[in-house]
Design a protein around this ligand. Structure first.
Ligand code: BG6
Length: 512
C-alpha cells in the first residue's frame, strides 16, 4: 500500500544506502573572499575550501581574495600555503594555489570593483566558468553595506549570463541591534534578493547541531515527550577556555551577548524548540525556526534584571600558568564594562513550551571548553520504590554534546545487580567518533558547500535574524546602560559568577 509520503513524492524514492551515496557537486563557480588577509580567511575559510577539494566535493573553481593590503598573487598564494595542512601532497597543493588570486583596493572605491570585475571576466574565461559567483564578506561588519552597495552599483550582483548566479555570504554579527539589523537588511535588499543572501552562523554547520533534527524527527520515541508535559527545563551551554585573544577591537564593541547569544545560542534554542517542518526545504525549516523566535516572551528592562546575569573574567591561572583578566588584555579599555559571560532565562509562549524555562549561558575563560544542550525531563509522578520518594529518583536528562566528544547521552535510573533494592543513575552513551570512525568535518566546509549548491537551510533568514535582535535588545540595553548592577568579576577557570548559579537555583534547579 502506498504510504502518505510515497504518494506525495512523485520523484524517485531512494534507499538509505543510495541516498547516502548521493553527492551534489556544485556548478563551476568563482569564490570571492572580501577580507582575504584576515584571520577568519586563513583559519577557517581557505582550509575549508581545501578540505572540500580533498573530498572531491568542489566543482571547477577559482578563488579571488580581496583586501586592502597591497599584495601580488604570488604573495597571496604564499599566505594561502601557510593556512593549509602541512604535509599536503605537492601536486594537490600546487593545483589549489594556482587557483588563488588577489585583488587589492579600498572597499569604498569604485576602482576596486572595476579591477575586480575585469579580473573575474578574465578568470571566468581562463577557468571556463560562466558568471557563477559566490561573494564571501569577511570584512569588518561596518563594511557589509558598503561592499554590497558597491557590488550592486558595479553590476556585479546580477549575473551577465542566463545560467549564471550571484550569492553573497555574510559573516556575523549581522547588525548590532534590531534597528541596525533592519537597516542592513533594507540596504542589502536594494541590490540583492533574499534568495541571494546567505547569513552565516557557523554553529548551524556543526555536524552535531544538524543531528538535532535527525534525532527529533527521524525517530518516533522522543517527539511524544518533547513538550511541556514531560520536559522540566532545557539548558544550553557554550563555554570556552580561551579568552578574547587578539580580537579585543571587535569584542569591545560586541561582548558575549552580541557575540554568542543573538546568533549561536538562539539558533540552538530554535532547533530544540521548533515544530516539525513539512519538509527539509530551506524556507520550511527556517519558518519553523523563526516561529520559535517569535514565540520567545519579550523581555522588559525589569525582566532583564531578573532573568539575566553578566560577568567579566578577572585574572587567574590556566594549567598553573597566570593569565590576565579581560581588562588587562591587549587592546581592552582598562575600565571596560563589556561582559565576557552571560546567563539567561527565556520563556517560550506557545502550546508546546509554555512554562518550560530555557536557560542559556556562555562565557570565555571558563573551566572547560564545552558546548552542549541538556533536556531535563520531569520527575516520575510517584515512587513505587518506597522508602525512596519520587524526588529521590533522578529525572532523565538527554544531552546533545555539540563539542568536544561529539555525541548524545541519556541519563536514567538502573538497578544494581543482586537481591537488594539498590539503584543508581547511569548513562547511555553514543559517540560520533566511535560509531562513525571519523571526526566531524569543519562546519565552514559544510556551509561553503551549501552556499555553492544554493541551499539556504543552514543560513539565517532576514526575519529570523531580526527576531533574535528583538529578543536580545532589552537585555543588551540593560547591561549597557548605567543602571545595571556592578558587573561581577569571575576568576579565570571557573563556571562564571555566582549570580549565574543563583539565576537557576531560584527555581530549585542547577546547572548540569
Ligand atoms: C564565534 C565567536 O562566532 O564563535 C567567538 O565570535 C567564539 O568569540 C566562537 O570563540 C566559538 O566557536 P566554536 O566553533 O569554537 O565553538
Amino acid at each position: 500500500m502506498a504510504t502518505p509520503e510515497s504518494t506525495f513524492l512523485a520523484s524517485k524514492i531512494y534507499t538509505k544506502e543510495e541516498l547516502c551515496l548521493l553527492e551534489e557537486i556544485p556548478e563551476p563557480c568563482a569564490i570571492v573572499i572580501f577580507g582575504a588577509s584576515g584571520d577568519l580567511t586563513h583559519r577557517k575559510l581557505l582550509p575549508s575550501l581545501f578540505y572540500l577539494t580533498s573530498q572531491k566535493l568542489m566543482p571547477k573553481f577559482y578563488v579571488v581574495g580581496v583586501g586592502r593590503t597591497e599584495m601580488t598573487h604570488e604573495r597571496f598564494r604564499q599566505t594561502v600555503r601557510e593556512s593549509l595542512p602541512a604535509g599536503t601532497e605537492a601536486g594537490v597543493m600546487d593545483d589549489f594555489l594556482s587557483r588563488c588570486h588577489f585583488v587589492s583596493g579600498e572597499y569604498d572605491s569604485s576602482q576596486l570593483y572595476q579591477s575586480l570585475s575585469q579580473a573575474l571576466d578574465d578568470l571566468d574565461r581562463k577557468f571556463g566558468i560562466n558568471c557563477r559567483r559566490l561573494f564571501y564578506l569577511s570584512t569588518p561588519p561596518s563594511l557589509y553595506g558598503t561592499v554590497v552597495k558597491a557590488l550592486g552599483e558595479s553590476k556585479l550582483v546580477s549575473p551577465a549570463e542566463p545560467t549564471g548566479w550571484v550569492r553573497v555570504v555574510i559573516e556575523k554579527p549581522f547588525g548590532r541591534s534590531f534597528e541596525s539589523c533592519r537597516e542592513l537588511n533594507h540596504g542589502l535588499h536594494e541590490y540583492l534578493s533574499e534568495e541571494q543572501i546567505y547569513r552565516i552562523d557557523h554553529y548551524l554547520g556543526k555536524e552535531t547541531v544538524q543531528n538535532i533534527l535527525m534525532f527529533r524527527f527521524a525517530n518516533i520515541l522522543f517527539e511524544p515527550v518533547w513538550n511541556r508535559n514531560f520536559v522540566d527545563h532545557v539548558q544550553i551551554t557554550a563555554a570556552e577556555q580561551i579568552g578574547v585573544e587578539h580580537r579585543a577591537g571587535y569584542y569591545e564593541q560586541s561582548g558575549v551577548l552580541r557575540d554568542m547569544f543573538q546568533n549561536h545560542l538562539m539558533e540552538l534554542t530554535a532547533l530544540i524548540a521548533m515544530e516539525p517542518p513539512s519538509n527539509l526545504n530551506a524556507n520550511a525549516v527556517r519558518s519553523r525556526r523563526t516561529d520559535v523566535f517569535r514565540a520567545v516572551r519579550p523581555l522588559t528592562r525589569t525582566d532583564a534584571e531578573q532573568s539575566s546575569v553578566c560577568g567579566q573574567y578577572g585574572p587567574g591561572t590556566v594549567n598553573g600558568v597566570p593569565v590576565p583578566g579581560y581588562r588587562q588584555e591587549k587592546g581592552v579599555n582598562p575600565k571596560s564594562d563589556i561582559p565576557t559571560f552571560g546567563a539567561l532565562r527565556l520563556e517560550i509562549d506557545n502550546w508546546r513550551w509554555q512554562g518550560v524555562p530555557f536557560y542559556l549561558r556562555s562565557g570565555k575563560r571558563l573551566a572547560d571548553r564545552v558546548v552542549e544542550i541538556a533536556v531535563h525531563f520531569k520527575r516520575v509522578p510517584i515512587s513505587i520504590f518506597k522508602p525512596l520518594l519520587a524526588d529521590q529518583l533522578a529525572p532523565n536528562v538527554l544531552k546533545f554534546k555539540i563539542q568536544p566528544d561529539e555525541g548524545i547521552t541519556m541519563r536514567f535510573e538502573a538497578k544494581h545487580p543482586g537481591p537488594r533494592l539498590c539503584m543508581s543513575t547511569v548513562t547511555m552513551d553514543f559517540g560520533y567518533q566511535e560509531t562513525f570512525k571519523t571526526p566531524p568535518p569543519e562546519s565552514y566546509a559544510r556551509l561553503f558547500h551549501d552556499a555553492m549548491i544554493g541551499n539556504q537551510t543552514l543560513f539565517a533568514r532576514n526575519d529570523g535574524v531580526e527576531e533574535c535582535w528583538r529578543i536580545m535588545d532589552p537585555i543588551i540595553e540593560f547591561w549597557e546602560s548605567g543602571g545595571h548592577p556592578p558587573l561581577p568579576i569571575y576568576p579565570v577557570g571557573t563556571w562564571g559568577p555566582h549570580e549565574a548559579d543563583m539565576l537557576i537555583a531560584r527555581s530549585g534547579r542547577f546547572w548540569d
